[in-house]
Design a protein around this ligand. Sequence first.
Ligand code: 5AD
Ligand code: SF4
Length: 440
Amino acid sequence: MSRTKTYHITTFGCQMNEHDSETIAGMLSEMGFSQAPERDGADVVVINTCSVRENADKRFFGTLGQLKHIKKDNPDFTVCVCGCMMQQQHIIDSIKSKYPWVDVIFGTHNIHEFPRLLETVLSEKEKIIDVWENGGDIIEGLPAKRLYRHKAFVNIMYGCNNFCTYCIVPYTRGRERSRKACDILEEVRRLTEDGVREVTLLGQNVNSYMGEDGTDFSDLIYRLNEAEGLERIRFMTSHPKDLSDKLIQAYRDCEKLCDYIHLPVQSGSSRILKKMNRKYTKDDYLRLVEKLKAAVPHIAISTDIITGFPGETEEDFEETLDLVRQVEYDSAFTFLYSIRKGTPAAEYEDQIPEEIKHERFNRLVELVNEISARKNAAYVGKTVKVLVDGPSKNNSAALGGRTEGFKLINFEGPQDLTGKLVDVEVTAGKTFSLEGRLEK
Ligand code: 5AD
Ligand code: SF4
């Protein structure tokens, strides 16, 4: 009897990509493949790529380079690449000319076709490139091999219509398309039946969700709040220009909606925000945060910030620092502006020298970390509800989980608490996590 064939998936990028990889893993399982612990030794490898910053591009090509020797030793080894980078012709051209050991290239719009493409490559031993330029109908019912038993990602919409001038996503993920509310509710019903306690609703801009029956994003939250067995609802990402009062009200009305929001600001300078095509000013954003804090006093807020966008002056950057001080983010993802071919900002002439970008980035990170540490320290002595994820990543003797505000917390406790909601008293607050003691 031949042994079971194995696969290994490497994922770069955002939760959307993580979730696409769960779908790809689900399809491979249905095809009879089992998961290999390492890339070396697997029969099929899939690399799911991200193109949001140049760094991810470089890491992808580095990874592809490493696969050459495996292919040389084992010609049956099958290399598949997919994700956002494949939606760009210049990337496909590079792969064709420099990395001929790649067997299958597919894109973000035809993930559901992967089993057919792989079967064809395996039987006919020919390379396949199949990338769709646009998203067709949303395909329902694809399998998923989830990372966790007790929590799941649920896509509610695909694509983005916002065209922020630095961002490649509208070009790689296409225009906005919302799933039907009834399909989302049915998926969540099946997930909770399977033990899921927390869902994270995914979309590039969840606020512009519009279901088939007029269900908007807040309506969807209200409807999910009724889902039996579900304990927590999160979502990402939310564009500040579209965050409605109705959604703020939903935080008050829906006890399952976690008191947490990821609200990317990108810059604190209204002048730069305009050049970024974000469609709000610094004051608009601050007013929005005030409204959120007034309605939901314990809300935890995180954000994304870019330093060194073309034309950013020292004064613009100081506006960003000022905004960070005013909002007091619980955490922030900070990025160096990265030129993305095909986006408007790539053509701007006033690009910022790398050393200035780095210098501002370091100052920003220092401020962000100082605030995170202060906010985390303020939790000491309080009791928080934690959904236990399992053994802690950096200390396998302890458990790790997330608070409602999405803070990572580690504490001693039995492994069988994994997937359960428990009360934990916070004993220490660090920059990136909390420590606690399980309450009896
Ligand atoms: N350069 C740097 N950061 C970027 N992001 C998106 N495009 C770029 C770019 N060209 C950041 C934004 C976005 C996050 C997912 O990635 O902050 O919110
Ligand atoms: Fe990119 Fe802006 Fe769309 Fe977010 S909203 S995916 S930053 S274009």
